[in-house]
Design a binder for this molecule. Structure first.
Ligand code: CP
Length: 321
């Protein structure tokens, strides 16, 4: 089956997920992001790569980091950015997602950055744009349900590469609510594609989906066992908003079993880095002493996210129909 993200020349036309993305494209995105960062570690210069293009941010779910960094990235690429206020839009009057998209496309949108609670919503939009011959309009997935969060996965890979250089000798542990996490899915696909030596997931049985071993990961239900000797720890938020019924005895009990404390972090390699996609629940999945400690690179992830989103948008908008 044709990869729906790629055009007939194998170029990235939409970014819908990391699953199925060739290693060469992931590396191209990371290298392009690197060229934007090296312009200046803090000051990313404005470049005219998307001058005259309109980027519509469509966030049907809340966001702090992703929406803001997409907006900053688009402005650094000289695009015009329109943040649709979903609560005040006609979507709240019952307009369908596809009708909303067609109307915005009629306003000469060039790119939709979409976050939606329904897994597959960005795929549906991309398919609709292709079916209606609007090939010049691109879709970037900013997180769909529990499916994927590809730009978070890419900025996580950028961060790991920045601190650790080479994936081939790394053991990476992803800890927590994997069942509801789109970040975990994108990270697992990216890490296995980039050839990480070992990818582990750690969590209670009730928060681990089936089929993890088939994705190429080692599963641990004991946090202390799973953290032994790892180079990278990626902590996940408990996704309470996606849980149906009680999957945990209590958040206190969860912290006792799976919270990342300084004592537990000492089981990882001494130079291990600690990551978290945010928003963090301090005292639930991570102790403040770790979140604010010397091994945490959580705020660097946010900063790198701007360059990575610049790379994704410039590459996608430069692909031919
Ligand atoms: N990591 C992440 O997606 O954060 P936001 O929900 O704030 O965008």
């Amino acid at each position: 089956m044709k990869n729906p993200q790629l055009n007939k020349n194998g170029e990235l036309q939409h970014l819908l997920g990391i699953d199925g993305l060739p290693k060469s494209i992931i590396n191209h995105i990371l290298d392009t992001a690197s060229s934007f960062v090296s312009i200046g570690e803090r000051e990313l210069k404005k470049v005219p790569l998307m001058h005259g293009k309109s980027v519509f941010n469509l966030f049907f779910e809340n966001s702090t980091r992703t929406r803001t960094t997409f907006e900053i990235a688009a402005k650094r690429l000289s695009a015009d950015v329109i943040n649709l206020n979903i609560a005040a839009s006609s979507a709240s009057k019952g307009e369908s997602l596809l009708d909303t998209i067609d109307n915005l496309a009629a306003m000469h949108a060039d790119m939709f950055v979409v976050r939606h609670a329904t897994s597959g919503a960005p795929f549906l939009l991309a398919q609709h744009l292709n079916d209606t011959k609007q090939h010049h309009v691109h879709v970037v997935n900013a997180g769909d349900g529990r499916h994927e969060h590809p730009t978070q996965g890419l900025l996580d890979m950028y961060t790991i590469r920045h601190y650790k250089k080479d994936f081939s000798n790394l053991t990476v542990a992803i800890v927590g609510d994997v069942l509801h996490s789109r970040v975990a899915r994108s990270d697992i696909h990216a890490l296995t594609t980039l050839g990480a030596a070992e990818v582990r997931v750690i969590g209670p049985r009730t928060l681990l989906p089936g089929g993890l071993e088939q994705m190429g990961v080692r599963v641990f239900t004991n946090m202390n066992e799973g953290l032994k000797g790892v180079d990278v720890v990626i902590m996940l938020r408990l996704q309470n908003e996606r849980m149906n019924g009680a999957l945990l005895p209590s958040t206190q009990e969860y912290f006792k079993q799976y919270g990342l404390t300084p004592e537990r972090l000492a089981l990882a390699k001494p130079d291990a880095i600690v990551m978290h996609p945010g928003p963090m629940n301090r005292g639930v999945e991570i102790d403040s002493a770790v979140a604010d400690g010397p091994q945490a690179v959580i705020l660097s992830q946010v900063t790198f996210g701007i360059a990575v989103r610049m790379a994704v948008m410039s590459i996608v908008s430069g692909s031919n129909a």
